[in-house]
Design a protein around this ligand. Structure first.
Ligand code: ACO
Length: 360
């Protein structure tokens, strides 16, 4: 017999799935993928192995390299290019419906699409930079890691600091439980749709500023605070005007997001030119948010220092959501596969609050 539970706006606190992949530790502290702490993985295993850990529970299994493919009709505006092109791959590659294909076939589809999604973002970024040509495949093939291949596909060269910045960022943000985009991927997968449909829907969900879009706002915010020179006043004015400080607060964490700690350290080590102003703004924001919202811990989230790390790799702010999508292909793929293996069709209920019995 099914029961209807209380309405929870935003499904906060509602357990919607059981998962073996990961679940954030609310009190901060650690972040584990399939039970493995993320921090020691950084610099030891590149992103493509972390994809294997999340999807196959095997660090020696890797996401494949992207197949040669030139997407038609790119606009140079990611992540909409990514969303559209990912959906297009379903038709182009004649992908099977998840309820009709084997787990092995789904895993293969997810690997192919994940790799291609990175290549699509690189090509969209190249177009945004004003290039109309493609970097030859033999140049891209020289890249040893997914991050190196990505940069080669985008710029034709891969600066080692940029490779490290992107790889660290991707590893830190590869998976984070049932957030908006991952939930979307699972909902679409639960209907039996193909992997391209589930992944492109996830990209759409990630593109909003309350989820994956925040780093696009953090860098301009830092530029503004730097020019003004008074972080305390900037924070106070912004909050008085009813604005949210981008890169702070989280639906799950009530303490410092462990990814923020790792990325802050990386930004320092890679010599981010804005680390000093970022730390000053962080201190001012934390103090003022605590003063104004003593009952709601609002701490630094992953997006804040992500913006600095991506800046070291000279990723322009508008590209940040698509960079986040590149990293999340691992988590999304793992959840789509898990949903296929043991999930149930999602069909929550709504409580009707509209008028009753209106006359025509
Ligand atoms: N700055 C100022 N106030 C904030 C912030 C913030 N960054 N975040 C939350 N608040 C306030 C809200 O105004 C609200 O106040 P109220 O109760 O007086 O209305 C209270 O804190 C609770 O906010 P909610 O929106 O209920 O918190 P929720 O858990 O839904 O939001 C979210 C989480 C969306 C991340 C929010 O903290 C936010 O908007 N942060 C800024 C955007 C951001 O950094 N996004 C990236 C998130 S990380 C990720 O997705 C990977």
């Amino acid at each position: 017999m099914s029961t209807v539970s209380d309405f929870k706006p935003g499904l906060e606190g509602v357990v919607a799935v059981e998962t073996d992949i990961m679940e954030p530790d609310r009190e901060g502290g650690t972040l584990r993928y399939r039970g493995i702490d993320v921090e020691p993985l950084i610099g030891k295993y590149p992103y493509e192995n972390v994809w294997g850990l999340l999807v196959d529970d095997d660090l020696e299994s890797v996401m494949p390299a992207p197949e040669p493919y030139e997407p038609a009709g790119l606009t140079g505006r990611a992540p909409s290019d990514l969303q559209a092109q990912t959906a297009r791959l379903s038709g182009l590659w004649k992908l099977g419906k998840l309820n009709e294909i084997s787990d092995e076939q789904a895993r293969e589809d997810l690997g192919r699409i994940s790799a291609q999604m990175m290549s699509i973002v690189a090509q969209s970024a190249r177009m945004a930079d004003g290039h109309i040509d493609q970097v030859p495949d033999d140049v891209v093939a020289k890249g040893k890691t997914a991050a190196e291949k990505f940069l080669l596909k985008w710029r034709g060269e891969a600066d080692p600091a940029a490779v490290r910045a992107i790889d660290t960022y991707w590893v830190c943000t590869a998976e984070h439980g049932v957030n908006g985009s991952t939930f979307t991927a699972r909902v679409v997968a639960s209907t039996g749709a193909d992997c391209g449909a589930a992944l492109s829907a996830a990209v759409g969900a990630l593109s909003g500023p309350l989820h994956g879009g925040a780093p696009a706002y953090v860098k301009p915010m830092l530029d503004e605070v730097e020019a003004m020179g008074d972080p305390e006043k900037w924070v106070s004015d912004a909050l008085d005007a009813g604005q949210r400080i981008m890169g702070f607060g989280h639906r799950v964490y009530r303490a410092e997001d462990p990814r923020s700690r790792i990325l802050k350290q990386t930004a320092r080590e890679l010599g981010s030119p804005q680390i000093a102003i970022a730390e000053r703004l962080e201190a001012a924001a934390l103090a003022e948010l605590e003063r104004r919202k003593p009952d709601r811990p609002l701490k630094t989230n992953v997006e804040y220092y992500s913006a600095l790390v991506l800046d070291v790799a000279q990723v322009p702010p508008p590209l940040a959501p698509a960079m986040f999508a590149c990293s999340r292909v691992a988590g999304w793929s793992a959840h789509i596969l898990e949903q296929k293996q043991r999930g149930r069709l999602f069909r929550p209920s709504a409580r009707y609050t509209g008028p009753v019995n209106r006359s025509l």
